[in-house]
Design a protein around this ligand. Sequence first.
Ligand code: NAP
Ligand code: MG
Length: 399
Amino acid sequence: MSKIQMKTPLVEMDGDEMTRILWQQIKEELLEPYIDLKTEYYDLGLRHREETGDQVTVDAAEATKKYGVAVKCATITPNAQRVEEYNLSQMWKSPNGTIRAILDGTVFRAPIMVEGINPVVKNWAKPITIARHAFGDVYKATEMRLTGPGKAELVFTAADGTEQRQTIQDFKGRGVVQGQFNLDQSITSFAHSCFQYALDVKQDLWFSTKDTISKQYDHTFKDIFHDIFEAEYKEKFEQAGITYFYTLIDDAVARVIRSKGGFIWACKNYDGDVMSDMVSTAFGSLAMMTSVLVSPEGYYEYEAAHGTVTQHYYRHLRGEQVSTNPMATIFAWTGALAKRGELDNLPELTDFAHRLEKAAIDTIESGVMTGDLVGLWEGKAPAQKVTGLEFMRAIAAKL
Ligand code: NAP
Ligand code: MG
């Protein structure tokens, strides 16, 4: 059998611990036998980030701008314990944060659904994708603990020296105060990423804020989305047969629960943080959740939503058999390959990616799965627990 040829390389970002092991196995078992795999390789493993002073992360993000499509393995975000464990010269920043800052993107998280693993919300027949605006608001807020009476004010000094001033509260006693901000530029990027992605996957887009209460702040989000939609996307949405729908966050929550799924829900930063945990838990397992960063220019970076599965890695190092689920990492690869195929007009590459996804889903539906899914399994076939590698070989057999 001749291998599928690629035109443009994928930007490949290797990572850490258990997912680094799965990464290699996915390439060997599921990709290289079928594709003449072209990648530009960046080792984002913590050791190599240390060796390069984290330059490798920046280079990988820049390469994503050059080629357009990247696939990333989970990576360690160092904390004090990791600084010791890896003898780091400093506590390097989260690679995902660095990449997101360079690509200025929005993260879309979607569950992989299989028959036999049922969402807690029984009417959710299709996946719900959460798009979280990952900039500003409470995550970049300035706050103060107030220990006694006094006046808190909001003051804006314009570049020309003129001042706007409003009283927040005349405090009679102890209290708290917080200042939040966001940027039109960032909200605009967020809106473009959402509209772009909705067109890509041909799903309706919902957006929710609390504009009835937050008449300036949240209303600005609503207005920016509305204006961009009217000016640039309305016709494209009509042609694609999809809709854009704005509603209040509390109304959205009620509608989401009653829905059948199959749409994208764009959320402000805090709402997205909270709702993505709710939605992913209700769909079943973090190991079945994919994630893609989409920049407003249309660059794509695919990854799994979970981390490096440290506890499994330590057990693996002790020589124990571990059963780590490679689904989300496989789907990061298939997402990237399908997108590359689409951009390079290589239908055989896109088609291969979809076949691999189907083989992976069929494998689980036949009862062969990793340990994390066994407890969730309600399918007809008896669940057969296998290691990550055995699972991949079962997928290859189906493929
Ligand atoms: P984690 O790696 O997602 O793992 C948390 C737990 O979830 C695991 O111990 C495991 O539970 C279960 N789990 C997650 N993925 C699984 C899979 N593929 N198969 C089976 N079980 C899975 O999160 P963490 O332990 O909080 O973080 C570990 C490291 O990952 C940290 O250094 C963190 O910085 C990093 N991290 C990276 C990213 C990223 O690169 N995007 C995201 C999050 C965290 P059981 O142990 O109960 O089996
Ligand atoms: Mg969270």
